[in-house]
Design a protein around this ligand. Structure first.
Ligand SMILES: Nc1ncnc2c1ncn2[C@@H]1O[C@H](COP(=O)(O)OP(=O)(O)OP(=O)(O)O)[C@@H](O)[C@H]1O
Ligand SMILES: [Mg+2]
Length: 291
């Protein structure tokens, strides 16, 4: 792609709306072949960016979901022991006893299970999403660092596999812990803020074209207001979309304070936050929007 404007246009075609900063970050990640490290609160569009990039580039999205205790056998590759065992039995049944030959046959690419990281090295082009890296531990981060600098992997039984064209890499973090500087240094960094009113409304309209314009506007205004109230879990764009969808499912094409309070469960997911939400003067917020 020629420049940030073209990246923005392509992403918008997929339904993903970016601001200038993110368009530039994506362009540079593509142009310089650097991983893009996306950090921000829940529900602000980090994961969705990777899917949108894949669609825009017409490349498959390969996703590695990180979790506590994730290791190379879940992320990179593993040997398919049951199939190897079957092969061994079959060989024994026909009287093959040459140990070297057997070993060579058993550690063949056919018996290798490619996990997301290996799949991404073997699939060109591809977009590799390493989702929620902050959930993995330090050891896994160090392992990733190595992989992201070389884009190659050495499998002792098979040798070294190297990606000719490295995948486009998107890493995301909810910042439940700080990711090490060494990993960040490899990457371009983008912090995802909650969008402002106009952009959030545009996102809701884009995602839910069937919902009334007025309802979309009211819900966006209410969520923007909620975010200013020091909640345990401020609602993300995901919740704005959910709330508008829920109200639409109830047949509403606009919302008043009473209905907003009755449907708060779509948007606030902690008891304390729900309590706080019920105390807010939704009528006043809606009045500003001409309700
Ligand atoms: N800029 C955007 N354009 C279009 N849709 C968006 C945008 N930002 C967020 N969304 C929508 O908001 C929803 C939530 O986004 P997503 O799941 O990517 O958030 P996230 O940051 O990965 O959250 P989490 O940290 O909880 O995983 C998705 O349905 C996505 O389509
Ligand atoms: Mg996500």
């Amino acid at each position: 792609m020629d420049g940030p404007e073209q990246v923005r246009a392509r992403l918008e075609d997929t339904g993903y709306l970016v601001d200038d900063g993110l368009a530039i970050a994506c362009f540079l990640a593509l142009r310089l072949g650097r991983p893009l490290f996306c950090e921000g609160d829940a529900g602000v569009g980090k994961t969705a960016l990777a899917s949108a990039l894949a669609e825009a580039l017409d490349a498959p999205l390969i996703r590695l979901q990180c979790h506590e205790g994730i290791d190379a056998s879940q992320a990179l590759y593993d040997w398919d022991f049951p199939r190897q065992l079957l092969r061994l039995r079959a060989a024994e049944a026909v009287g093959v006893t040459d140990a070297d030959r057997l070993e060579g046959e058993l550690y063949d690419r056919r018996f290798l299970l490619a996990r997301p990281l290996l799949r991404a090295l073997e699939t060109q082009p591809s977009v590799l999403l390493i989702d929620e890296i902050d959930r993995a531990d330090d050891e896994f981060e160090a392992f990733l660092l190595e992989l992201l600098s070389e884009f190659s992997v050495t499998i002792p039984e098979l040798g070294t596999l190297r990606a000719e064209t490295p995948p486009v890499v998107v890493l995301t973090s909810n910042r439940t812990r700080e990711v090490h500087d060494a990993l960040k240094r490899r990457c371009l960094y983008h912090w995802f803020d909650h969008p402002g009113f106009a952009r959030e409304l545009a996102i809701v309209r884009r995602r839910l074209p069937g919902v009334s314009a007025r309802l979309a506007e009211q819900v966006t205004a209410l969520v923007q207001e909620l975010r200013g109230h020091d909640l345990l879990k401020p609602p993300g764009v995901a919740e704005t979309i959910d709330w508008a969808e829920a109200l639409d499912a109830l047949g509403a094409d606009e919302v008043d304070a009473e209905l907003a309070t009755a449907t708060l469960g779509s948007v606030l997911k902690y008891r304390e936050d729900a309590q706080r939400g019920r105390e807010l003067d939704f009528a006043a917020v809606l009045a500003v929007r001409g309700a």
